[in-house]
Design a protein around this ligand. Structure first.
Ligand code: C2E
Ligand code: CA
Ligand code: CA
Length: 539
């Protein structure tokens, strides 16, 4: 047995299937993976045809949608769920909220909300025992209708869930307009790739859901590894074969009696006027401000002494003086850079900021490691502010300033030539980045420390000539190099004696071009000349 019904058979058989209850819901539990308790269930439509056998909603739902039958089917499922909840209430079975699917076609049916309300009242079901799932594709018909529907559902007291979140590329843009209460994330869309790119998408969606203060349910969870991974990201609610397949009513009733229940809790309450949720919307004012106007800044979470960087802006990586990408910075364990004393200073400041609900400032020295400069120490001034918290986890916003150069005493500046000489014996390469259009130079942190350069040097190379890093007899040549870079010179190199000590360095530039061949940036490096090479200068 088991014939997949064709379109005509679905259309022709529909009325009878509803009447005879061949179309009915099955129930899939939603579990809190941390506690093992049931937090809800989803009603999924089944069609068991006496002639053709069990039909899959993936096949018949699209046909019902195409033939304007889905509205009746959805209302029928809603009524069946109400009948089920009534039975639980009457027989004293402790039940959970049950989510019912609303097709995107129902959004066009203006009477949907009135219709389900009529049924709910008829069965006298408390509204908190019913939830409505919408998919983001409902927005295809226009934002207004769906925003309107959510508003109406909220007005009646329904919890509204966003189904299949992350399946469409415009999710973030759509979500900002939709006031949903729970987000459902389908792991199936990631095709098992939770270690790679899928994992990055997952963790940012989970973080974003937290920022929005929206609980998240992971759907399609089949293995313990997946469930544990979701939990590690902070998503505890799981719906999937791991805990249970969708169950027929009788089996679900048994399950309800056997499992403890609990309510879904709000994920994160923002305590500050600044709406952190909007940081995740690429078009929001907050993101614009974060990226362009606030200077170097990072967002991180703090819980039980653990810090996790969630987001940094471009200026942050520049301020630290490293050529790191945002992702490299986020993967970094920020505690690693701090020794015990500096860690204590930083943590004290976080605690102060939590207590004061205002801004607190500290300065900490950090040990950094980068590809260009090896190990080094920089001093960072951080202005710390708590912008959200929930269940012991705090969201923190930190503006940072690299004050390494400023921290150096006069004496040290005076001695910098000595230090440069000394340092160059230790590790013999310095690196920097020169932006051709703006004449801005960004040094590596070794350059900052040994030469007292700030994180950003404007009107390069003039300041380097002024302070004598490039000696006067090489000044015009070095200026000319920058003219040639702007004209598209792909690379330059020469041996130049640097600083008043005239220590010979092999100075090189490599230019980066855009797709039209326009020069963008030049990457500079200065390598201490080893003895054999020195002869070249004389030659
Ligand atoms: P959906 O709303 O995203 O439902 C989740 C689907 O994932 C269900 O498929 C469920 O059985 C399946 N699932 C749950 N856990 C796992 C798992 O661990 N692994 C895998 N591979 N799958 C899992 P189902 O029941 O076949 O429903 C398919 C779709 O049909 C639903 O996707 C929904 O879009 C639609 N549908 C189901 N019932 C209704 C309904 O009453 N009304 C409307 N309009 N659509 C419905
Ligand atoms: Ca669903
Ligand atoms: Ca889904």
């Amino acid at each position: 047995m088991g014939h997949k019904m064709i379109e005509q058979e679905i259309v022709d058989g529909f009325a009878e299937a509803i009447r005879e209850k061949h179309i009915y819901p099955v129930y899939q539990p939603q579990i809190n993976h941390s506690t093992g308790r049931m937090v809800g269930a989803e009603a999924l439509m089944r069609w068991l045809s006496p002639v053709y056998g069990m039909q899959s909603p993936a096949d018949f739902v699209p046909v019902m949608e195409a033939h304007d039958l889905i509205f009746r089917a959805d209302v029928h499922i809603f009524a069946s769920v109400c009948r089920f909840q009534r039975k639980c209430l009457d027989t004293g079975v402790p039940t959970v909220p049950i989510s019912v699917n609303m097709s995107r076609r129902d959004v066009f049916q203006h009477s949907y909300v009135e219709e389900i309300e009529k049924i709910r009242k008829q069965y006298e079901i408390p509204v908190k025992l019913l939830r409505i799932e919408l998919t983001e594709s409902s927005a295809i018909g226009g934002m207004e209708l769906i925003v309107d529907t959510i508003e109406k559902l909220h007005a009646c007291g329904y919890i509204v869930e966003m189904d299949d979140f992350g399946s469409g590329y415009s999710s973030l843009n759509i979500l900002k307009h939709l006031d949903v209460d729970i987000i459902k994330l389908d792991l199936g869309f990631l095709e098992g790739d939770i270690g790679g790119r899928g994992g990055i998408i997952l963790s940012s969606v989970v973080q974003m859901a937290k920022w929005l203060g929206t609980p998240l349910i992971a759907e399609g969870v089949e293995t313990m590894e997946q469930a544990d991974y979701m939990k590690s990201l902070g998503c505890d609610y799981i719906q999937g074969y791991l805990y249970s397949k969708p169950l027929p009513e009788s089996e679900f009733l048994v399950k309800l009696g056997q499992t403890d229940h609990e309510a879904t809790a709000p994920a994160m309450k923002l305590i500050n006027a600044m709406n952190a949720g909007k940081f995740w919307d690429p078009d929001s004012m907050e993101t614009l401000i974060f990226s362009n106007f606030v200077g170097a800044a990072a967002l991180f979470s703090y819980q039980d002494g653990l810090v996790k960087i969630l987001r940094v802006n471009e200026k942050y990586t520049q301020e630290l003086g490293m050529r790191l990408t945002e992702k490299e910075t986020i993967d970094f364990n920020p505690w690693q850079e701090l020794n015990e004393e500096n860690k204590r200073i930083y943590e004290d400041t976080i605690r102060k900021a939590i207590a004061s609900k205002g801004e607190e400032t500290c300065e900490t020295w950090r040990d950094l490691h980068s590809k260009c400069c090896g190990d080094d120490r920089i001093c960072i001034r951080s202005h710390i502010r708590v912008i959200g918290n929930a269940g012991g986890q705090y969201l923190i916003y930190a503006m940072v300033q690299n004050v390494t150069a400023e921290k150096k005493s006069y004496q040290e500046v005076y001695e910098s030539d000595q230090k440069f000489r000394h340092a160059s014996e230790q590790a013999n390469v310095y690196a920097w980045e020169y932006t051709i259009a703006t004449k801005e130079m960004r040094p590596c942190f070794r350059c900052m420390r040994d030469l007292g350069l700030p994180a950003l040097v404007k009107n390069y190379p003039e300041p380097a000539i002024e302070v004598g890093i490039f000696p006067p007899d090489y000044a015009d040549m070095y200026r000319d190099w920058h003219r040639r870079l702007a004209e598209g010179e792909p690379s330059l190199d020469a041996i130049i004696p640097l600083t008043v000590g005239r220590i010979p360095f092999h100075v090189r530039y490599t230019t980066e071009f855009d797709e039209n061949g326009k020069p963008l940036k030049a990457y500079g490096s200065a390598t201490l000349v080893v003895d054999g090479e020195k002869d070249k200068e004389n030659a």
